[in-house]
Design a protein around this ligand. Structure first.
Ligand code: UDP
Length: 506
C-alpha cells in the first residue's frame, strides 16, 4: 500500500521526491538550509518543503520571495513555537533573541545560559505538531533532511516511514576530530582542558586541547541531548554536509569510513545565490542598501579591503569593540566593519561616530545585518576578520578571500585550525579561548595585535601573495564543485536519488 500511495502521489503531481528541510532556529542553520532548498528546487521532479517558525519565516521573507518569484517548487510551512511551554520569553524563536546581559559575572549570566538550554530542549515540543503538519501534505514527503541539533526528527521520519539525512552545518574536519576524540575515549580520559593531544587516526597530525574541541553539547546538564544527537546520527540514512570534496576530501573519507555512513558533500550552498539580490537577501533584512555597499566597494582598489564580522551570535563587548576599531584604524586598510544590533551599547554611539569622522571614506561601518556574501564576493575585498563560523569560512573560501581567524566558541576553533594549518589561507589573531569548566572571561585582544594581524593578512609580500593564491585556487574549485558534473553537483544528485527511490524500495 505504501508503494501505491507513493506512485499515486507522484503521478498526481509529477514529483519523484518531496524533501522536507527542518533547520534549528538560528541564522547559521536557517540560511544554509534555505540555500539547499534553492539548490534542490532546481532539480527536475523535486518538491522541497522548508519548515520553520513564524518569526523566522518572517525574517526570511525576502529570501523566500526570491525563490517563490522564480516559480521554483518550494513550499514554506510555518510551525508555531510554544515559547512559554519551553520556558522562554514570548517571541524567543531564534537563538539570537535570547537576551544576554552586558556582564562577565557568571551568576548574572546563569539565567541566560538556562534559556539557551530551554531553547534547545524546547524544540522537541515541535515534534507532534510537525508530524501532523507533514501528514497533511500532498504529495507525501519522501525524505527529511534533519538538522543535527533536532534529534527528535528521527521520530517524525520513523512515523512517516521515510528516510532521514542528518544535516551538519559544520565542516567535516571538525566532525572528524570530534568523532576520533569520542571513539578513542579522549573526551572522558583527558580531564585537563589545556592539555594538548594528538587526535588519533586523522589524515594529518592535528593537535588540540579540550577547549578547542568541546564536541556536541558537552556541557554538564546537556548529556541527554548529546546522547540523542549521537543516536540520531547513527540511526540516520546518511549525512549531508555543506562543504566540497576538494576542500576536505580526506576528512570526508575518514568520516564516512569511521562512522559507516554515506556523507554527501553538497556545498558551498551559498553559491546557490547567483545574482546580487538573492545574495543580499540571506538572513535578516540588511541595515544597508546593497547598492550603497557596492558603490563604496567599487570606489576601492581591487583586493584592498578587509571585511570584519563575527556572524549572527558571537557577542563582542564594548571594550573589545573599541580595540578592534582602533586596530582597524591603525592598519591603514580600507575596511567594512559590522557591529551587531545587540552590540549597540550606549557607550559605543559617540565612539563610533568619532571613528567614522577620523577614518572618513576609508571605513564603512554597518550597524545591524550586513549583506555578507555580496561583500565577500566583491573584487575589492581581500581579507576577512572572522569568528570562523562555518558558513562564514565557506563563504570566504568560495570568494577566494583570505582570513584573520578569531574563533569564539563551539566548532570555531577547529575551523580556525582547518583554515590556518590545513588549508593555509589564514592568520591567527590569537585570542585565548575561555575555559568552559572555569567559565573564565575572555581576554581583551588589544589594538596593536589587531593592527598587526590585519597588516600581515593584507601584506603584499611573498607570504601574503602565496596565501592569497591558495585562497583564489580554492575559490575556483568551490565553483567547479557546484557546476553540473562537479563533485557537489553529483552528491546532490545522489541525495535526490536516495530521496526518490526509498519508498519504492521499502
Ligand atoms: N550573516 C550575514 N550578515 C551579517 C551576519 C551574518 O549575512 O551581518 C550571515 C553569514 O553570511 C552566514 C551566517 O549569517 O551565512 C552566519 O553563520 P556562521 O556559521 O558564519 O556563524 P554563526 O552566526 O552561526 O555564529
Amino acid at each position: 500500500p505504501l508503494l501505491d500511495q507513493f506512485l499515486m502521489a507522484a503521478k498526481e503531481t509529477e514529483y519523484k521526491a518531496h524533501i522536507v528541510l527542518v533547520p534549528l532556529m538560528a541564522q547559521g542553520h536557517i540560511i544554509p538550509m534555505i540555500d539547499i532548498a534553492r539548490l534542490l528546487a532546481h532539480r527536475p521532479g523535486v518538491l522541497t518543503t522548508f519548515v520553520t517558525t513564524p518569526l523566522n519565516a518572517a525574517r526570511s521573507r525576502p529570501a523566500i520571495s526570491t525563490i517563490l518569484s522564480s516559480s521554483l517548487p518550494v513550499r514554506f510551512l510555518e510551525l508555531p513555537f510554544p515559547c512559554s511551554a519551553a520556558g522562554l520569553p514570548d517571541g524567543c524563536e531564534n537563538i539570537d533573541l535570547i537576551p544576554f546581559p552586558d556582564t562577565e559575572d557568571i551568576d548574572l549570566l546563569r539565567p541566560a545560559f538556562l534559556l539557551v538550554k530551554n531553547f534547545f530542549f524546547g524544540t522537541a515540543l515541535l515534534r507532534d505538531p510537525l508530524l501532523s503538519l507533514l501528514r497533511q501534505q500532498h504529495p507525501s514527503p519522501t525524505c527529511i533532511i534533519a538538522d543535527v541539533c533536532l534529534p527528535w526528527l528521527s521520530d517524525v521520519a520513523e512515523a512517516l516511514r521515510i528516510p532521514r539525512f542528518i544535516f551538519h552545518g559544520q565542516c567535516c574536519f571538525s566532525l572528524a576530530c570530534y568523532l576520533s576524540i569520542h571513539l578513542n575515549g579522549l573526551d572522558r580520559t583527558i580531564t585537563d582542558e589545556t592539555q594538548r593531544f594528538l587526535v588519533p587516526g586523522l589524515p594529518q597530525p592535528i593537535h588540540v586541547n579540550k577547549t578547542e574541541a568541546p564536541g556536541f553539547f558537552s556541557m554538564p546538564g546537556w548529556e541527554k541531548l548529546r546522547k540523542d544527537t549521537i543516536d540520531a546520527e547513527l540511526s540516520s540514512d546518511g549525512i549531508v554536509l555543506n562543504t566540497f570534496n576538494s576542500l576536505e576530501g580526506e576528512y570526508i573519507e575518514y568520516y564516512e569510513k569511521t562512522l559507516g555512513k554515506k556523507a554527501l558533500a553538497i556545498g558551498p550552498a551559498s553559491l546557490a545565490n547567483r545574482d546580487v539580490s538573492s545574495m543580499a537577501m540571506r538572513g535578516n533584512k540588511t541595515a544597508i542598501d546593497e547598492q550603497q555597499c557596492l558603490n563604496w566597494l567599487d570606489s576601492k582598489d581591487p583586493r584592498s579591503v578587509i571585511f570584519v564580522s563575527f556572524g549572527s551570535l558571537a557577542l563582542v563587548k564594548p571594550l573589545q569593540l573599541m580595540e578592534i576599531g582602533y586596530g582597524l584604524e591603525a592598519s591603514g586598510s580600507p575596511f567594512i566593519w559590522v557591529i551587531k544590533e545587540c552590540e549597540k551599547w550606549p557607550v559605543m554611539e559617540q565612539w563610533v561616530a568619532e571613528l567614522k569622522e577620523r577614518t572618513g571614506d576609508r571605513s564603512l561601518i554597518i550597524i545591524g545585518w550586513a549583506p555578507q556574501v555580496v561583500i565577500l564576493s566583491h573584487v575589492a575585498v581581500s581579507g576577512f576578520l572572522t569568528h570562523c563560523g562555518w558558513n562564514s569560512v565557506l563563504e570566504a573560501v568560495s570568494a577566494g578571500v583570505v582570513m584573520a581567524t578569531w574563533p569564539r566558541n563551539s566548532d570555531q576553533f577547529l575551523n580556525e585550525k582547518l583554515v590556518v594549518e590545513v588549508l593555509r589561507i589564514g592568520v591567527r589573531v590569537g585570542g585565548k579561548p575561555p575555559s568552559y569548566v572555569a567559565m573564565s572571561k575572555w581576554n581583551v585582544v588589544e589594538r596593536d595585535v589587531v593592527e598587526k594581524v590585519v597588516r600581515s593578512l593584507m601584506d603584499k609580500g611573498k607570504e601574503g601573495e602565496e596565501r592569497r593564491e591558495r585562497a583564489r585556487e580554492l575559490g575556483v574549485k568551490a565553483r567547479m564543485a557546484m557546476e553540473e558534473g562537479g563533485s557537489s553537483w553529483v552528491d546532490l544528485s545522489r541525495l535526490v536519488d536516495l530521496a526518490s527511490v526509498h519508498v519504492v524500495n521499502k
